[in-house]
Design a protein around this ligand. Structure first.
Ligand SMILES: [Zn+2]
Length: 53
């Protein structure tokens, strides 16, 4: 799980990795509030765009 604003990854720098039950989370690095499903779909979209270009 990575923040799509600052690319901070949960589970690094003594933060806890998010589990499946964590539907919402706040990035400890930039303070952005994320709803997991939306953040995930944004990340997937970015990957798809990268693949096709
Ligand atoms: Zn962030």
């Amino acid at each position: 799980m990575a923040c799509n604003d600052c690319k901070f990854t949960m589970g690094t720098k003594s933060t806890e990795k998010l589990t499946l039950k964590d539907r919402e989370w706040t990035c400890p690095n930039c303070g952005t509030f994320h709803i997991r499903d939306i953040n995930d779909s944004k990340n997937i979209l970015k990957k798809m765009i990268r693949k096709t270009s």
